[in-house]
Design a protein around this ligand. Structure first.
Ligand SMILES: Cc1ncc(COP(=O)(O)O)c(C=O)c1O
Length: 474
């Protein structure tokens, strides 16, 4: 309680979000530990962001070797680098003006890398063609999403349908652009499924106050860890066709799929198989990123967007729009090249590369299983099946006294829970209220992609804390 008193000035600061308050508190606790203050734990475990490397995962050697050689070409003479690393670095440097990663590139990205991306998409989608003309490389996918919002929300009163809960930064981007936000709820009880009746309800409600122009989908889901079935994707596409909505398919977690019998199918692939009146008309932008695959290179800032079925004039306008921006960082572009064209069997780097990727995949799927096992035993927490992505979004069934106290403190009940969890157990997670949730439901978001031993520590700390918290407020 004394902790809550200490942070109440922070909570009253309207410029700080729940995320900021939790981060400031985590930093304060870490400083106290460094000053020798005794706690029940030795360190704060940060499970608040979707950052693989911050979570302790080592970078993929092949990626860092190629980057190192591109940034310091003297390494091309170094015998310790595998031949395919040197060949790739040489090839990439030939694409850079002056043979240097220090040169500007085309504002939509290096042509050879765009080609690599199209080949990757065609492979991923079982042969559906993709053209470099429709690919835009960007400074991360967040930037690409913002570009599209700027393009789509040009007149006052334009609205975008977004899921609840959803990736909070996108909601913020919409607010910044002055877009009207039209929330549609995912059905938690059925594994966070997206139901067309709910989309229809939301659209009709939205039309009373604004002009809905686009539908944003996050598949696999952040923060929910769900993945849409093919049938669900088809229903959404049909809905977008009927209602003439532009589809924004955020698919950045596409390579991180671990649910049993779960396979990623892109919106583009499903769209291409839906018959010409739909496949040739529904406008789609799909997004992917070097931040979220198993390479997890968030800091390099490399993302791409593919446009489908855009009117040629609008596509040209998009290109002009892009050309007013500076080029995406070359390191991020290289990361995309390596993500979309990784080493193949027979290449010198392949054995190490596949071993490293497999160990990350194993870590995430093992954690996902363990999380579900532990949450199924904890009273007062329920959790939908985890299928993909970097997060789990468990529901908290909080006692009325905890809810009452939160109201008195003018904060959301799950924020109260997260603050107590941070102070008492040193676990830094994010509160569900940041992502949107159904009235009177409470959640928190936990990053799943951390080392197995760390995850075990997290789960034990959480279990002990939760029991004590529930007892205190029962
Ligand atoms: C669903 C989703 N989309 C997009 C992004 C942005 O990723 P980046 O800008 O690093 O490519 C994130 C980052 O967490 C995300 O979770």
């Amino acid at each position: 309680m004394s902790f809550l008193k200490k942070i109440s000035p922070l909570l009253k600061n309207t410029f700080l979000s729940e995320k900021d308050v939790l981060s400031i508190c985590a930093a304060q606790i870490e400083a106290e530990i460094q000053q020798g203050k005794r706690k029940n734990y030795n360190e704060v475990l940060d499970l608040s962001s979707g950052d693989l490397h911050r979570g302790g995962t080592k970078p993929i050697s092949f990626v860092r070797q190629v980057l190192a050689a591109c940034f310091y070409p003297e390494l091309l003479e170094d015998d310790s680098l595998p031949l395919d690393v040197k060949q790739r670095a040489e090839c990439l440097l030939r694409q850079c003006d002056g043979g240097s990663v220090g040169s500007y590139t085309d504002s939509c990205g290096i042509a050879k890398i765009k080609q690599c991306v199209t080949k990757f998409i065609t492979r991923r989608d079982g042969g559906v063609p993709s053209s470099p003309d429709n690919i835009f490389i960007t400074t991360g996918s967040q930037m690409a999403l913002m570009f599209m919002v700027q393009l789509l929300v040009q007149s006052e009163g334009s609205g975008v349908l977004i899921p609840v809960p959803t990736y909070a930064t996108f909601t913020q981007a919409l607010e910044d652009q002055g877009a009207a936000i039209i929330p549609y709820h995912l059905c938690e009880e059925q594994g966070w499924t997206l139901q067309v009746e709910e989309l229809r309800r939301a659209l009709h409600a939205g039309r009373r106050t604004c002009n809905p122009v686009a539908l944003y989908i996050c598949n696999p889901g952040n923060p929910t860890g769900h993945m849409q079935s093919r049938k669900s994707i088809e229903e959404v596409i049909r809905f977008a066709a009927e209602e003439r909505l532009f589809l924004l398919a955020d698919e950045v977690y596409q390579s991180c799929v671990y649910g049993e019998d779960t396979e990623f199918e892109s919106y583009k692939k499903v769209l291409s198989e839906m018959g010409s009146t739909i496949s040739g008309t529904v406008e789609l932008a799909s997004f992917n990123s070097a931040s979220k695959g198993f390479m997890g290179e968030c800091g390099l800032r490399g993302g791409y967007m593919e446009l489908v079925n855009l009117d040629p004039a609008v596509k040209e306008y998009t290109r002009t729009f892009f050309s007013t921006r500076s080029c995406p960082p070359v390191g991020g572009q290289i990361a995309l090249d390596l993500m979309t064209d990784p080493p193949k069997p027979g290449d010198p780097s392949f054995p190490t590369f596949s071993e490293e990727i497999q160990s990350i995949k194993n870590m995430i799927s093992k954690n996902a299983r363990r999380i579900q096992e532990v949450f199924s035993e904890i009273q007062g927490i329920s959790c939908q099946p985890l299928k993909a992505g970097f997060f789990v979004f468990p529901r908290l069934h909080l006692p009325p006294r905890a809810i009452k106290l939160a109201k008195k403190k003018q904060m959301e009940p799950d924020m109260l829970y997260c603050l107590h969890l941070l102070e008492e157990s040193g676990l830094h997670v994010r509160s569900g209220c940041e992502y949107g949730q159904k009235k009177d439901s409470h959640h928190f978001r936990l990053f799943v992609a951390t080392h197995e031993d760390t995850m075990e520590d997290v789960l034990q700390r959480l279990k002990t804390f939760h029991k004590r918290f529930m007892m205190e407020f029962s």
